[in-house]
Each structure stands twice: as C-alpha cells, then as structure tokens.
Design a protein around this ligand. Structure first.
Ligand SMILES: NC(=O)C1=CN([C@@H]2O[C@H](COP(=O)(O)OP(=O)(O)OC[C@H]3O[C@@H](n4cnc5c(N)ncnc54)[C@H](O)[C@@H]3O)[C@@H](O)[C@H]2O)C=CC1
Ligand SMILES: O=C(O)[C@@H]1CCC=N1
Length: 272
C-alpha cells in the first residue's frame, strides 16, 4: 500500500487523513508531520497513524507527500526539503490555495506535482476536489491521486490554474458559505424565539435533506425549489425577499472575490 506523508497536519490534512481511514486505509501507511506535539498526539490517538516532527524523516519513508501547510509558509517549509524531495522523487500533492505549479516546482524541485484544491467535508467522505497535474505526473500517479482523493469524496481534473481558482470558489471555500447560511438560519430562528437546539437540529437536517435530494434526483435545483414554492404560499415570500436583496449578485460577487484573492496570493506569495 502507498505510504502517504502529510507535511502540515492541521484542519485540511486531518480531514483527508480521517476520510482515508474511514474508507479503510491502513493507519500505518499514513505519516503526519507537524511541529505541534499536541496536534500529533491527538491525531495518533484518534486515528492510530504514524507521527513525526521531522519533515525529512516523513518524506524519506513515503511514496506520496501531501503539502498541507498554510500558503504563507510554503516557501520556507519547502526550502530545507528540496534536496530530499529531488533525491527521493515522491509524487507531491499540494493542497495550498494560491500557490501555483510554477512556485511549487521552483521550491520543491523537478518533480511530479499535483496541485489539488480539496475541501473539509473530506473528513466525512463527502469531499470535492479539483486536481491539476504537471507534465511529470504519470498516468499511474494520476490514478494514485484519484485513489487518495476518491477515498474522501469526488475529484475532477482541470487543465489550468484558472480552472483551479474556479474550483476554489465553488467547492474549496464553498463549505464555509453553507455553514454561514446555517448560522444565519439558526440565529433567525432563535430571534423568533425558537429553542437553539431545536433550531440547529431542524436547520442541519434541512441542509442535508436538500443536498441529498439535489444529488439523488434527476430534477434540476431550480425545479426542486419551485416544487417547494407554492403559488401565494409561504416560501414564495422568502424567495422574493432573497431576490429583492440581490442574492444572485451577492453569491456572484463572493465567488469572484475568491478568484481575485487566489490571483493576488499567487502574486504575493509565489516564486518570482
Ligand atoms: N481549511 C480548508 O477548508 C482548506 C484548506 N486548504 C489549504 O490547506 C492548507 C492548510 O490549511 P489548514 O489545514 O486550514 O491550516 P492549519 O493551520 O489547520 O494547518 C496547517 C498546519 O501546518 C503546520 N505547520 C506549520 N509549519 C510547519 C512546518 N514547517 N512543517 C510541517 N507543518 C507545519 C501547522 O502547525 C498546522 O498544523 C492551506 O494551504 C490551505 O490553503 C485547501 C482547501 C480547503
Ligand atoms: O480560505 C482559504 O484560503 C482555504 C482555501 C479554500 C478553503 N480554505
């Protein structure tokens, strides 16, 4: 079985590791590397995986290296690892937002690199990832990448960096939009006087029910919405309220802001 090292073992790495183990991946074949003893102890206790504070040691023992540190520290994290990476030639998968293939190749060396944009629902096997390979990635390495990300949800290959920015706007950042919407619904229900626990239970089940219906049904989301919206009924008033507030523009602006920030990050943090 392929051994996977995670360089950086925070939220995103933890979500992928958790999803892999949930899917039956051997914990012995996962190595979490992180400076935080506390995070490593928690991961070891929860998943029984191998842990280390030594990135080089983790790389030497693995076939696939997942880079899951914050974009702001990627360059400094890779600098002391470049020689080992070039020597051992693992498949490198970076999940960092705003760090493009060019920068990764400059900092990590001449390797097979997949730039991946995953999302945190990977933790519960419902991840959605975009993948961009450089020309060093073989078909076999593509299929290993698909197996890893496939174990935690669905994945799609894209052809260029711009398409990966679009993936970031849809699914990378997307879970946060739905969480925000849940927060707003729970708060509004509380303001009406509903018990918080009840509001939370009903809101989450409604989100799950709507997503499951949209995924399982052949009917498009707009028709599913119309099916809930009786003429002159209650839902119609909510939909009108959203439309009058310009919800379509609000969502469009938010997603365009993600793409803009991704492009800015490439300029701010990328290799010159
Ligand atoms: N959180 C999310 O929803 C998503 C995050 N990402 C990307 O994933 C990456 C990680 O994000 P999060 O997991 O949210 O951040 P995080 O802060 O939870 O995790 C980063 C981890 O890197 C560790 N770290 C710092 N310096 C290190 C070093 N020298 N060696 C090894 N580990 C080191 C930190 O201790 C921390 O545990 C980012 O680049 C982000 O753009 C991508 C998609 C979604
Ligand atoms: O907010 C971020 O920068 C990361 C990338 C996508 C989701 N979280």
């Amino acid at each position: 079985m392929t051994t996977i090292a995670f360089i950086g073992s925070g939220n995103m790495a933890g979500a992928i590791m958790g999803g892999l183990i949930e899917d039956g991946y051997q914990p012995d074949n996962i190595i979490a590397s992180d400076p935080s003893e506390e995070k490593l102890a928690e991961l070891k206790q929860r998943h029984g995986i191998q842990t280390t504070q030594n990135n080089i040691d983790a790389i030497k023992r693995s076939d696939v290296v997942v880079l899951a540190v914050k974009p702001q520290v990627m360059e400094q994290v890779l600098e002391p690892l470049k020689a080992t990476l070039e020597e051992t030639q693992p498949l490198l998968i970076s999940v960092a937002a705003g760090i493009n293939q060019y920068s990764l190749q400059q900092w990590a060396g001449d390797l097979a690199i997949v730039r991946c944009m995953p999302n945190t629902p990977s933790l519960v096997g419902k991840g959605a990832s975009g993948l961009l390979a450089n020309d060093k990635v073989s078909d076999q390495q593509k299929s290993i990448t698909e197996d890893i990300l496939g174990a935690v949800g669905l994945s799609v290959w894209v052809n260029n960096e711009q398409q990966l920015d679009w993936v970031t706007a849809v699914s990378g950042s997307g879970p946060a939009y739905y969480f925000l919407f849940m927060e707003c619904m729970i708060q509004a229900a509380k303001n009406m006087g509903m018990d918080e626990e009840q509001a939370k239970k009903l809101t989450l089940q409604t989100a799950l029910g709507a997503a499951t219906m949209a995924q399982k049904s052949d009917v498009e989301p707009d028709q599913l919405r119309k099916n809930v919206t009786s003429p002159n009924g209650t839902t119609e008033q909510a939909i009108l309220s959203f439309q009058n507030a310009g919800l379509d523009k609000i969502v469009k602006d938010a997603m365009e802001a993600v793409v803009k920030r991704s492009e800015e990050m490439v300029k701010e943090l990328g290799a010159k």
